[in-house]
Design a protein around this ligand. Structure first.
Ligand code: KG4
Ligand code: ZN
Length: 333
């Protein structure tokens, strides 16, 4: 019987979850609102907030699960990728707790965990499947052959798509994180109102740095004619930018599906909460004969439940970390 406590602290959410034999029994998250005032995550502030949050969040996760720390069989933690200072808080805490309780430590890759979030609740995707992992720091197409066997077959060469959402939102005067706000205003706007170019990148890779420059020049041009342009056309701008980002994501996903002859398609990461992306997948799935898997909202953005699930499979495979393990801010698969 495995009872795993998992800790996630890679960016701006402190989260702890408890999983018994692969079944999630608690998942608590403390969000950090402090960054909104700065238009982006301030790493040093994130580390300090993690330090303040980690004990109450872990306590709450154990309490909600009705599990005492002496019943735990392993502690899991996000080793990376993520912000070094933020990861250090979770890793130091997890290592100390595992040593004190004399139980194994499991080091989890945050991006693999986003993919494995699909196995928190049924129906599970079937192997092999393609997972479009879209977050604030990453944009990847991952070919998933098994729980512990996955490969990145395409990724962004510069900004992540979440960054493109957040940076566009910032230009429009919206607070951080702007992705969910663009999503909200886009629902009220016309996606065909304005058009922006899609970067022509070889193979299955992406580029999202050009769109922010395109939007910046577009806004400068329009604001010369009408200083209230953003205010007057916010919904249409959001809808048009969102359409551009979704079209770009789907172009390569379609290409990957054809190239690898895989029609089992999943999306993961914070941007997979986007209603436009979800709607578009729903719309095109019959055309491409795709079986589409979209995680529940709470498992799209950063959470410890996905870390617990990834740890559950590592535990089954007997893969443990030493107490000398360090966080790895640029951890790869
Ligand atoms: O996976 P995540 O919580 O953290 C990282 O690992 O980065 O992803 C956060 C990103 C942010 O860029 C945020 O703006 C974006 O996900 N996001 C969204 C939506 N919800 C979160 N972007 C577009 N539409 C949304 N509904
Ligand atoms: Zn993430």
């Amino acid at each position: 019987m495995s009872i795993i406590l998992a800790i996630e602290s890679s960016c701006d959410d402190t989260s702890a979850a408890v999983m018994r034999e692969g079944i999630l029994i608690s998942n608590c998250i403390a969000n950090q609102s402090i960054h909104a005032a700065y238009g982006g995550v301030v790493p040093e502030l994130a580390s300090r907030a993690h330090q303040q949050n980690i004990i109450p969040v872990v306590d709450e996760a154990l309490k909600q699960a009705k599990v005492s720390k002496n019943e735990l069989t392993a502690i899991a933690v996000t080793q990376g990728p993520g912000l070094l200072g933020a990861l250090l808080v979770g890793n130091s805490f997890a290592k100390s707790m595992a040593s004190a309780l004399e139980i194994p430590l499991i080091a989890v890759n945050h991006m693999e965990a986003h993919v494995l979030a699909h196995f928190i609740e049924e129906p599970y995707p079937k192997f092999p499947f393609l997972c479009l992992t879209v977050s604030g720091g990453h944009t990847q197409i991952v070919k998933v052959d098994d729980f512990n066997k996955m490969e990145v077959i395409g990724e962004t060469r510069d900004d992540a798509v979440g960054e493109a959402f957040d940076k566009t939102a910032k230009m429009l005067g919206l607070p951080y994180p702007g992705g969910p706000l663009i999503d909200r205003y886009a629902k009220l706007g016309n996606p065909e109102a304005y058009s922006f170019p899609i970067a022509d990148i070889p193979a299955l890779d992406y580029s999202f740095s050009g769109i922010k420059t395109a939007v910046l020049y577009f806004l400068q041009r329009e604001e010369k004619k009408n200083p209230n342009f953003v205010e007057d056309h916010l919904n249409d701008i959001c809808a048009s930018v969102q359409k551009n980002l979704i079209d770009s994501l789907l172009q390569k996903l379609v290409k990957a599906s054809k190239q690898y002859k895989v029609r089992e398609i999943a999306i993961a990461g914070g941007v997979s909460a986007n209603s436009g992306l979800r709607g578009e997948l729903e719309r095109v799935k019959t055309k491409y004969k795709w079986n589409v898997h979209v995680p529940a909202f709470e498992y799209c953005t950063d959470n410890a439940a996905m870390i617990a699930k990834a740890a559950y499979y590592l535990n089954q495979a007997g893969v443990y970390a030493s107490v000398y393990t360090s966080p790895d801010p640029s951890k790869r698969f």
